[in-house]
Design a protein around this ligand. Structure first.
Ligand code: GDP
Ligand code: ZN
Length: 310
């Protein structure tokens, strides 16, 4: 008989599976070929995938026999110029995108690419601005600008400091009953936040000095942990590049919620919101109703996408 369980870790040689919300991880392997549709990714299974498996009567590794269709997933392009993609996690109830002001510096494009991917694959996102204990007046102004930009776009934005236990309380409530992904550049405090939710978890926090190193080697082994307060978290190692996958340039603006809401007002359909006359999106940017930072990211992504397609 086939049973079902969720992939909670991939070690390279085998997978750890657990039924959820129970938590009893056990080892399993893929034997032979798994039948998966649309296999353009470098990894056949991702953390969060729900699989069917057969137990080994002799008590050895279970065998994964199939994968259930994914409700959603987070994907990135495997390397900058590659057409292959890497699935970061599947069946995610909430993705928390952790950002900081200057520690390390976060590029607007990085945030917006992540948000576009989440819109495209139907993953809800909350933006966490971490390290609130560190900011100067000038940096606090940038925090406020981010809040303004992303609340206007329709996202929830929350301030946090992983060093302040009180600031973890809402997040602990938020994670209950959900599979949550923590994502963001290396050094923003993802592991620290997860540990603040559940200090019994053994995650590695970087030494302060390495947090600012550039071009650091990042592993691609993702892992799901159970929070003692309820819910599951996936810690993703720092993601540097975040190429768009499978987004048609004519549809890109559909993944900017604030553009999607008004683009029916554009004179042309489809409209790329670049050179077309009577464009409602450009008018909204000029009127300050759509943040110019977001429009800038949009144009940057259109440009880059063109490069990939050549
Ligand atoms: P990750 O790479 O995103 O998992 O980041 P880490 O959790 O390893 O944190 C990177 C560095 O930032 C570590 O030295 C943490 O102690 C520090 N850190 C994380 N969150 C905060 C915070 O809210 N405030 C301050 N001051 N430092 C933090
Ligand atoms: Zn337009």
């Amino acid at each position: 008989m086939n049973n079902q369980a969720t992939v909670v870790k991939h070690t390279g040689s085998h997978y750890l599976l657990s039924p959820l919300p129970e938590w009893r991880p056990f080892a399993a392997v893929i034997r032979g070929k798994l039948r998966i549709e649309e296999q353009k990714s470098t990894n056949p299974l991702a953390v969060g995938d729900i699989v069917e498996y057969k137990e080994d009567p002799a008590g050895g590794y279970a065998t994964i026999t199939g994968v259930l269709p994914r409700r959603n997933c987070i994907i990135r392009r495997a390397t900058n110029l590659s057409r292959q993609s890497h699935i970061i996690a599947a069946n995610i109830d909430m993705a928390y995108l952790v950002i900081t002001i200057d520690f390390p510096e976060i590029k607007q494009q990085f945030i917006d690419r992540f948000l576009v991917t989440c819109q495209a694959y139907q993953v809800p996102v909350t933006i966490i601005i971490n390290k609130m204990d560190l900011y100067t007046e000038e940096q606090l102004e940038r925090v406020s600008r981010y809040e303004e930009i992303y609340s206007a776009a329709g996202y929830r934005v929350v301030r946090m400091s992983a060093l302040d236990p009180a600031s973890a309380e809402w997040l602990r409530e938020d994670c209950k009953g959900r599979v949550c992904l923590f994502s963001g550049q290396s050094g923003v405090g993802k592991s620290s936040i997860i540990i603040s939710l559940d200090p019994s978890l053994k995650l590695k926090v970087q030494e302060i000095s390495d947090a600012h190193l550039q071009g650091k080697h990042t592993t691609t082994f993702y892992e799901m942990h159970r929070l003692s307060s309820g819910g599951f978290v996936v810690d993703s190692p720092g993601i540097r590049g975040f190429g768009l996958v499978n987004v048609n340039p004519l549809e890109l603006s559909n993944y900017f919620p604030e553009m999607l809401r008004i683009e029916s007002g554009c004179r042309f359909t489809p409209c790329t919101h670049t050179h077309e006359p009577g464009c409602a999106v450009k008018a909204a940017v000029e009127a300050g109703e759509i943040a110019w930072e977001r429009y800038d990211s949009y144009l940057g992504m259109l440009d880059e996408d063109e490069k990939y397609r050549k």
